[in-house]
Design a protein around this ligand. Structure first.
Ligand code: APR
Length: 261
């Protein structure tokens, strides 16, 4: 895609945002790679280094070796690091400030939309949030920082201080169902959207990847911002293959101009 194409599409995307009333932004790991968090399926992504088959809830609960590996991946994945929002997150926060955002539906667990300034009550986290670790037995919650200290002190598999139960990050593992209320809300908001913007997702993991289709079936326009191909490229009204930080920043600059703010 040459720079003229991208410029024209950025302009069209900005015009679509200005003309829309119920905008849903859907994000995947690609919106956080510019914050230093690897995504999953790009070259060098987490699933190119680790086998996702090792990371199911069944394996996590039945084998200490699997739990040890999972904690290593979460440390390796930089999800515990002091990561900060990048320009893509700030552009999405700006959409809310301009009154042009119904909600964010994210597959990410890094809390970066909230850190960038989006209101937590309009961020629907389909796969949970890395801020907390919970005991699968007694339900006690620990901050991730507390668990990091344990891991970095050499404890390979942290157990619950209270009941010695299995501790698990408060995120959705393969084989686990998504939080029912959040999933239902995400489906409803997708069906009511008049503009659905997918940013940094390959759109392959369901049920999250059904959200853009719900929006399309209800008559919404679909914008996709992504470096690589996605499973819905052929259904996008506007497809922009570019870096989320740059593209979203330029779109918001145009939107602000159109809105004379
Ligand atoms: N700007 C735009 N797109 C980017 C950027 C970037 N800076 N960096 C990466 N991408 C694109 C990649 O080309 C890729 O198509 O983001 C997409 C990320 O896709 P995945 O790695 O598959 O991540 P995601 O879609 O979020 O995966 C969904 O899979 O393993 C599970 O639970 C995990 O939530 C995750 C789910």
């Amino acid at each position: 895609m040459n720079s003229q194409d991208i410029e024209a599409k950025i302009d069209a995307a900005a015009a679509a945002i200005v003309a829309s009333k119920r905008i849903v932004v859907f994000t995947g790991a690609g919106v956080s790679t510019e914050s230093g968090i690897p995504d999953f399926r790009s070259p060098g992504g987490i699933w190119t280094k680790f086998d996702p088959e090792d990371f199911t809830i069944e394996k996590f609960l039945t084998s200490r070796d699997s739990r040890k590996k999972q904690w290593e991946v979460l440390l390796e994945g930089g999800l515990f690091g002091a990561v900060a929002p990048n320009p893509a997150h700030y552009a999405i926060a700006q959409l809310e400030k301009l009154g042009k955002l119904d909600c964010i539906i994210t597959q990410n667990i890094d809390n970066l939309h909230q850190k960038a300034g989006n209101s937590p009550d309009i961020v629907f986290e389909l796969h949970g949030n890395m801020q907390w670790v919970i005991c699968m037995h007694c339900g006690k919650r620990y901050s991730t920082e507390t668990i990091i200290e344990k891991l970095q002190s050499g404890i390979e598999i942290p157990d619950c201080d209270h009941c010695l139960g299995i501790l698990k990050p408060d995120v959705v593992f393969f084989g686990e169902s998504l939080p029912f209320l959040i999933l239902n809300t995400a489906i409803e908001r997708s069906k009511k959207a008049d503009l659905f913007i997918s940013i940094g997702s390959s759109l392959v993991v369901t049920p999250a990847a059904y959200m853009p289709s719900y929006a399309l079936e209800s008559g919404a326009k679909l914008i996709i911002v992504n470096i690589g191909e996605t499973s819905l490229d052929n259904r996008a009204h506007i497809l922009i293959n570019g870096k989320a930080g740059d593209v979203m920043t330029r779109i918001l600059e145009k939107v602000s101009t159109y809105l004379c703010v």
